[in-house]
Design a protein around this ligand. Sequence first.
Ligand code: PGA
Length: 262
Amino acid sequence: MATRTPLMAGNWKMNLDHQQAIATVQKLAWALKDGKHDYAAVEVAVLVPFTDLRSVQTLVDADKLELKYGAQDVSAHESGAYTGEISPVFLSKLGVTYVAIGHSERRQYHGEDEAVTNAKVKSALGAGLVPILCVGEELSVREEGRQVPHTLAQLDGGLEGLTAAQVAGLVIAYEPVWAIGTGKTATPEDAQELAEAIRVRIGELYDAATAQAVRVLYGGSVKSSNVAALMTKPDVDGALVGGASLDPEEFAKIARYQSHTL
Ligand code: PGA
């Protein structure tokens, strides 16, 4: 069986300007160093606003930090007349590793559908970035018990036309919309149900090796107090952390989940 390196990715959303970003990343790096964090055992990344990227890159390079960083969205196009958009090539030049695609807030406020997420996944891959494809159901869908087919339809659409090799390197984040920013975390069993369903579907669409290689994160009100229980689940390979990632001490504690007692 493939061994997947867990990933703790902080999604800052539209918080922290470039000066605050420097201070926050410094504090995070110190907190991880204090805890003797083993980055090879648990990867840590921050997904920051576009305007923070250059500052974060400068700090990461200067201090030789093992921390990875990324963006929260990307254009489906490489260049051209797309006012306000950011090319994946620009991100790659800034040393970006990850880019979140199809976050529920992008789907909800910017009308991003499967055609858009699929085009963005392809454009990110084309520039050598690692997409974190976000999928997950709204509360009404869960109340009707349709969370699995709903989430898998988002997955299928996002992966359309990709090769097995491309999919093996992806990160999929399962984020039930009703658990985002609400303080309502899905139970570890809920997270496992979807993480497993996502992996099984990738096995059906591609093959077992691809399914074993892809990393599936859970996101939605993850905190230091609930991360360890979520991480006991076999198909949960990490977390996409919103609010709690703005506090560097708390986020470092989340990354150190292996030392928590359950
Ligand atoms: P939250 O956000 O941790 O604040 O719920 C998660 C996300 O939206 O990625």
